[in-house]
Design a protein around this ligand. Structure first.
Ligand code: LFR
Length: 499
């Protein structure tokens, strides 16, 4: 067909989505992007014995279903791209087969390893060699956990494929390594822009596992004959997009030429700013910021904040214990709950693991001499307000690290459907929040496919297309609440939130 179309799969930690995208022109001849949801499915962690895994074959199956539905809806996408959360991977054996189910990044096997490696190599040296904030899930800790326990899978592995590359491989048979994902491993050195083989050797991680990274927008290969036959479709080419969902989402921030701050809001909250080069000074580590590879040759200086995960886990608990509640209802309850009653540090380590979230929040409030939330509305309010205050802290840190000042904050990602969170964030930071688009990762994914197709020249053009195609909502801080947010911020800092 002559239509310029692409198909994006955006896999989040709690759900996956497929979007068809089509380039067109509006009434005044301005180029626009139209997107349509083709498929949506749940994604959940599966516990097997002591370990937490991803159900990777189910994800593959849902991708195939999404491709089939897209063709059935009359689209003939020229290309397809997959983005996912960072850090996780599958191992491929000599025969080209996947060795077992990939671990879920919240698996407990990496506990204590941040401290162990920081002690051994020195925190600053370790930081400078990757530019990454030390998060327990970083690929390096996962692989080290496997190496020190003598993992049979690691011993049999010939190639490591990060999740989006793994799914692309299962569809095409072509192994590849995409750059933005590579930068989430803590094994990729931003100074030399190459793999840190020395660290791999030190940790007993075979250095031959890693392929040379390719830039976002690289064509990988056609869907395999088997997949084409199974789905009865013409050839479609897979593209390595900004395969890290965060990189894709940032690519779709409708910003102009001025420096801007963004918050990618989903299971995690990623707050930061876009740069040309990583910032590897000690303060970056002290403030616990990451330098992650972005699309179009950018580096993203951002902080990883626990995000809506805490609320998702509370909701899961309520759904499972017979007091189910939907997000719209939860928003209403939170709306009418008393403001700024109790605050938590969302990045307290206890909130990282799954389950018992409401007890963890209650315990945190008890320990810090605050009233415990009593009902769903109070829990939700406490989480959202605490996130908003953490955003203020991170925004100010981003300013101090870069010397920039930000007039407002761009919020993108599914989390902006929570309007209360957007409003609270505007009041907490005392600046306007520009919210949209919610499907940023899928849109950024499509944009890089159009780059690969030769339809879009660069990131600036891509962002102009987003501005022309998707409206934003602006939230202003509530002037009447200024004093109470200032007081709340002082209370929040007194909780001594981590850096
Ligand atoms: C967001 C994200 C974050 C990453 C976390 C775990 O979906 O990709 O960027 O730190 O998931 O992989």
């Amino acid at each position: 067909s002559l239509r310029v179309t692409a198909l994006a799969f955006d896999m989040g930690a709690s759900s996956g989505r497929a979007y068809a995208g089509e380039l067109g022109r509006d009434a005044s001849g301005i180029r626009t992007l139209q997107v349509a949801e083709m498929h949506r499915f749940d994604n959940e962690a599966v516990r097997v014995g002591k370990h937490l895994h991803w159900d990777i074959l189910r994800l593959l199956q849902e991708i195939k279903r999404g491709i089939r539905k897209t063709f059935q809806a009359g689209y003939e996408p020229r290309t397809l791209g997959i983005d996912t959360w960072g850090v996780d991977f599958g191992l491929i054996d000599e025969g080209g087969e996947l060795l077992g189910n990939p671990y879920h990044y919240r698996d407990a096997q990496t506990e204590g390893l941040i401290e162990m490696l920081s002690e051994r190599f020195g925190a600053q040296a370790l930081f400078a060699s990757s530019g990454l904030q030390f998060m327990p899930f970083n690929t390096v800790y996962q692989l080290y956990a496997m190496s020190r326990t003598g993992s049979v899978k690691l011993a049999a592995a010939r190639t490591l494929l990060l999740t989006p590359d793994l799914l692309t491989y299962l569809l095409t048979g072509v192994p590849a390594c995409e750059f933005t994902m590579a930068t989430t491993t803590q094994l990729f050195d931003p100074r030399t822009r190459s793999w840190n083989k020395e660290l791999m050797r030190e940790l007993g991680i075979p250095e031959t596992l890693f392929l040379e990274p390719v830039a976002p927008g690289t064509r990988i290969g056609k869907l395999s004959d088997e997949v084409q036959e199974e789905l009865r479709i013409p050839p479609v080419e897979a593209v390595a997009v900004g395969s890290h969902d965060t990189a894709s989402a940032i690519a779709a921030v409708p910003a102009g030429d001025e420096p801007f701050a963004y918050l990618v809001c989903g299971t995690w909250s990623l707050l930061g700013t876009e740069l040309a080069e990583p910032v590897l000074k000690p303060e970056t580590l002290e403030m616990s910021f990451s330098n992650e590879g972005g699309v179009g040759g950018t580096y993203q200086l951002l902080k990883n904040i626990m995000g809506l995960w805490i609320l998702q886990e509370c909701k899961r608990e309520w759904d499972e214990n017979g007091t189910p509640v939907g997000y719209p209802q939860l928003a209403l309850l939170a709306e009418s709950a008393e403001p700024l009653r109790s605050l938590i540090d969302p990045d307290d380590a206890r909130f990282y693991g799954p389950s018992d979230m409401t007890s963890k929040i209650r315990a945190y409030c008890r320990e810090t001499g605050q009233p415990e939330p009593r009902d769903q509305g109070e829990f939700a309010r406490c989480i959202l307000e605490s996130l908003a205050l953490r955003y203020r802290q991170a925004l100010e840190q981003a300013e101090s690290l870069t010397g920039r000042t930000f007039a407002g904050l761009h919020m993108v990602g599914g989390g902006i459907q929570n309007k209360l969170l957007c409003r609270l964030s505007a009041s907490a930071i005392g600046r306007p929040v520009i919210a949209g688009p919610a499907e940023a990762s899928a849109i950024g994914n499509l944009l890089l496919q159009f780059v690969a197709q030769g339809e879009i020249a660069d990131l600036a053009e891509a962002r102009r297309l987003v501005s022309a195609s998707f409206p934003v909502d602006t939230y202003e801080p509530e002037p009447a609440d200024k004093a109470s947010w200032e007081a709340a911020y002082a209370r929040f800092l007194a909780l001594r939130p981590g850096p």
